[in-house]
Design a protein around this ligand. Structure first.
Ligand SMILES: Cc1cc2nc3c(=O)[nH]c(=O)nc-3n(C[C@H](O)[C@H](O)[C@H](O)COP(=O)(O)OP(=O)(O)OC[C@H]3O[C@@H](n4cnc5c(N)ncnc54)[C@H](O)[C@@H]3O)c2cc1C
Length: 308
C-alpha cells in the first residue's frame, strides 16, 4: 500500500504520487491547472501499479506524453494523470531497420538517433516536440511524412486494468492526424517502427538539420505553443484562411495568434488556458462567418465541459 509523506504518496517501489501537482510545466503551452494526482512512471510495472491504484480508489486515469498537443483547463484535472516522459529509450537495429521505442521517448531524439544509425524515414519528425506514444495517438506528421508510414505496431496497457496487448498498423485505422487510439482508453507503452537501413548517416543528418531549420525559420518555436491549432480543411490550409481574415497578432489576455504563422496560438508570457480557449473560439466564429464551415482543432482539450 502507498504511504503518505510530505511530497505525496510513496508507492512500495519508491515512485511518488504527487497531490495537486501543477500541470503547466507538463505542457508546451505552459498553461493548465493542477492534477489531483500526478505520477511519472518509468517502467511497465509502475504503470500497472498506478492504474490499479486509480481503479481501487475509483479515480479516472489519463495519460500525457510531452503535452505538446494539449490544452489543459485552468481548473486542473480530477483523478490520476500519468506523465510518460520518464519512460524513454529506444533500440535501433542498423541492419534490419527495426526500431523499438518506449512510449515516452522524445520524437526529435529518436529522429536524430535514426539518422546517426543510417536509418532513413524519420528525418521529417525532428520538429515535433512530442513522445512516441503521443505521435502514435495523433498520427503526427510533417513535410510529407507521418508516423503511420513507419510504425509497425504498438504495445498498449488498457486503463481499465485488463491485460496488455499489441495493435498492428492496419488495426490502428490511421488517417490524417487520427488513429483509433484517440477513441480508446489505452496507454501506449512502446512502439515498433521499420525504417530503411543502409543510408548515408551524414546525408540523413544534414536532411534532418535542414528540416529543423525550415521549421524554426517559418514557425514561432521561440514561444510556448502547441504547434498547429487547427486541422487543415483540405485542400485549404487553416493558417492561410486565418491570415487572410487579418487575424494574425490578435490577442486575448496573454494568448496571441502568432504573427509568424497564423495557425499557431502562442503564450506571450501570462496566458491562461481560458485565454487560449477563447481565442480558438474567436477564430472558429470568424472563419464560420466568412467561409461557412467550422475549423476543427487538432489540439486535444482536457478538463473542459463544453465541446467545440
Ligand atoms: C512547436 C510545435 C510544433 C509542432 N509541429 C507538429 C507537426 O509538424 N506535426 C504534428 O503532427 N504535430 C505537431 N505538433 C503537435 C504535437 O507535437 C504532436 O501532436 C505530438 O504527436 C503530440 O505528442 P505528445 O507526446 O506531446 O502528446 P500529448 O500532447 O501529451 O497528448 C496528445 C494526445 O495523446 C495522448 N497520449 C500521449 N501519450 C500517450 C501514451 N503514451 N499513451 C496513450 N495516449 C497518449 C494524450 O492523452 C492526448 O490525447 C507540434 C507541437 C509544437 C509545440
Amino acid at each position: 500500500m502507498p504511504s503518505f509523506s510530505q511530497s505525496g504518496l510513496t508507492c512500495p517501489n519508491g515512485l511518488t504520487l504527487k497531490p495537486l501537482a501543477p500541470l503547466a510545466n507538463f505542457t508546451t503551452w505552459r498553461v493548465g491547472g493542477p492534477a489531483e494526482w500526478l505520477a511519472e512512471p518509468s517502467d511497465a510495472e509502475e504503470i500497472k501499479f498506478l492504474i490499479n491504484w486509480a481503479r481501487k480508489n475509483k479515480l479516472p486515469c489519463r495519460v500525457l506524453g510531452a503535452g505538446s498537443n494539449l490544452l489543459i483547463n485552468d481548473s486542473g484535472l480530477p483523478g490520476l494523470t500519468l506523465c510518460m516522459r520518464k519512460l524513454h529509450g529506444s533500440t535501433l537495429d542498423r541492419s534490419s531497420g527495426l526500431v523499438e521505442a518506449w512510449g515516452g521517448e522524445n520524437i526529435p531524439t529518436l529522429a536524430r538517433r535514426a539518422a546517426k544509425a543510417g536509418l532513413h524515414g524519420l528525418e521529417w519528425a525532428i520538429g515535433i516536440p512530442g513522445t512516441v506514444g503521443g505521435a502514435a495517438v495523433m498520427n503526427a506528421g510533417a513535410q510529407g511524412g507521418s508516423i503511420a508510414e513507419r510504425l509497425e505496431s504498438v504495445s498498449v496497457i488498457p486503463l481499465d486494468g485488463t491485460e496488455s496487448f499489441d495493435i498492428t498498423r492496419e488495426e490502428l485505422n490511421f488517417k490524417y492526424r487520427y488513429s483509433r487510439l484517440q477513441n480508446e482508453n489505452l496507454l501506449v507503452l512502446s512502439a515498433r517502427f521499420r525504417l530503411e537501413p543502409g543510408h548515408n548517416q551524414q546525408e540523413l543528418t544534414e536532411r534532418t538539420n535542414q528540416n529543423l531549420h525550415k521549421r524554426t525559420s517559418s514557425q514561432p518555436y521561440h514561444l510556448p505553443s502547441c504547434g498547429s491549432v487547427f486541422r487543415n480543411p483540405e485542400p485549404l490550409k487553416a493558417g492561410y484562411i486565418i491570415e487572410k481574415l487579418g487575424l494574425k497578432g490578435t490577442q486575448i489576455g496573454g494568448a496571441e495568434i502568432s504573427k509568424i504563422h497564423a495557425n499557431f496560438i502562442v503564450n506571450t508570457g501570462k496566458a491562461s488556458a481560458e485565454d487560449i480557449d477563447q481565442l480558438i473560439k474567436l477564430i472558429q466564429e470568424k472563419v464560420k462567418r466568412a467561409y461557412g464551415f467550422l475549423l476543427h482543432p487538432e489540439v486535444k482539450r482536457l478538463g473542459f465541459q463544453q465541446k467545440y
